[in-house]
Design a protein around this ligand. Structure first.
Ligand SMILES: *Cc1c(COP(=O)(O)O)cnc(C)c1O
Length: 404
């Protein structure tokens, strides 16, 4: 099989389809068997009909596959579906979200370059920027991502990259994608956005001026807590100049089986995100009215500190909620331990609702001062809302919050 659709059936231009259609029909490569559902091509390599064909394929004159570290039919289907959906020219799937972040940054940056990143960041991303990059001569400055002046003030003559996530984990702080992209364009730097929390359903960074988007597919793209995966989305120039060789030669590739899980999950993502967002909105309102809850942060509520920005760049509130209970760590632990349906886990974006206490888990490596700088108080709990019925989740929270 080559990278073309052998059945010769072309139902129109996928670029013009609605997102729901792209996520079900986009990128399909049917084999000669004409299977309905996408096939899993669990193969490392591919055979050639002749020496001439092998030669042509290595010269890039024949469009077929060579080796699954470079490309694989199932992985290509996932990449193509993601590319269509995100409105990007190119997509490369990776084994994890962190492999996507690392590949996007290290394929592009070199010793002597400078990167500016928002301080409120997923812990491993902060390690890559703050610890790993400097070891290879890439200097990093962390700023308050909410403050556009802070981005501008941090610029150095060698600044080549701006990196941030919005909404950020776990405080749901936002970064103005268009604002930062405008500053970056002025100095010819690239903007890389970790779009995990918003999901491609609710926010399209490329449309706001970003250059590269990365995902942990582990979260909402799988959406059911099974496989690890990631994706880098970019334009053709970034791919050929930076990502392609790094990706092929260093090997962060996604396994075909995991790609298949992600591919099939994309079919239901709009339905899942819609349902989870609706439940999250209900629960956020409920939590905001509870006497034992001091503060609720939800991107879909008008009292989010950056509600106007949320409205401008997001099309929904999403399924993540942060809330602070009265009584600090002890109270937060009591609430988490009393929950029965909602389980304690540092993961998120699952069909199952999950809570975590960032101070003692995902952010325990930071000093108390660094945590407070990010707004992570000891009473803060992060809730990832799943697909259970809202009434059951609310009853569970109600029972637990009564223990404060
Ligand atoms: C989970 C996550 C990652 C890392 O993804 P993995 O698939 O666990 O490697 C990166 N960024 C954000 C915002 C995440 O939530």
């Amino acid at each position: 099989m080559t990278k073309t659709n052998k059945t010769g059936w072309t139902p129109g231009n996928p670029v013009d389809w609605q997102p729901e259609t792209q996520l079900v029909q986009g990128g399909i490569l049917r084999s000669n068997f004409g299977e309905t559902s996408e096939a899993i091509f669990l193969t490392q390599g591919f055979v050639y009909d002749s020496s001439e064909q092998a030669e042509a394929r290595f010269k890039n004159e024949d469009p077929g596959f060579q080796y699954s570290r470079f490309a694989n039919p199932t992985v290509s289907m996932f990449e193509d579906r993601m590319r269509l959906f995100e409105g990007a020219q190119e997509a490369r799937a990776t084994s994890t979200g962190m492999a996507a972040v690392t590949a996007a940054l290290l394929s592009y940056l070199s010793a002597g370059d400078h990167i500016i990143a928002a301080r409120a960041m997923f812990g491993s991303c902060r390690y890559v920027v703050e610890t790993l990059c400097p070891r290879f001569g890439i200097k990093a400055t962390l700023v308050d991502g909410r403050d556009l002046d802070a981005w501008r003030d941090a610029i150095q003559p060698n600044t080549k990259c701006f990196f941030f996530e919005t909404p950020a984990n776990p405080t749901l702080d936002l970064v103005d994608i268009a604002g930062v992209s405008k500053i970056a364009k002025e100095i010819g730097a690239k903007v890389v956005v970790d779009n995990v929390f918003a999901t491609p359903m609710l926010q399209r960074p490329l449309q706001h001026g970003a250059d590269v988007v990365v995902y942990s597919a582990t979260k909402h793209i799988d959406g059911q807590g099974r496989c690890l995966g990631g994706v880098v989305l970019c334009d053709s120039e970034f791919l050929t100049k930076h990502l392609q060789d790094f990706f092929r030669q260093t090997g962060p590739s996604l396994s075909p089986f995991n790609a298949w899980v992600m591919l099939k999950s994309l079919e239901t993502m709009p339905l899942r995100i819609k349902a989870q967002s609706a439940t999250a909105a209900t629960l956020a309102d409920y939590l905001a009215g509870h006497k034992n809850v001091q503060r609720v942060v939800y991107c879909g509520r008008p009292d989010h500190p950056q509600a106007a920005l949320a409205k401008k760049q997001m099309t929904g509130g999403g399924q993540m909620i942060a809330f602070e209970v009265v009584g600090g760590k002890e109270a937060a632990f009591r609430v988490q331990n009393a929950l029965q349906l909602i389980r304690i886990s540092n993961n998120l974006g699952d069909a199952k609702s999950l809570v975590t206490h960032p101070t003692t888990t995902t952010h325990f490596r930071l000093t108390q001062e660094q945590r407070l700088e990010l707004g992570i108080n000891d009473g803060l709990i992060r809730l990832s809302v799943g697909l259970e019925a809202a009434v059951d989740l609310q009853a569970d929270l109600d029972r637990a919050l009564a223990k404060v």
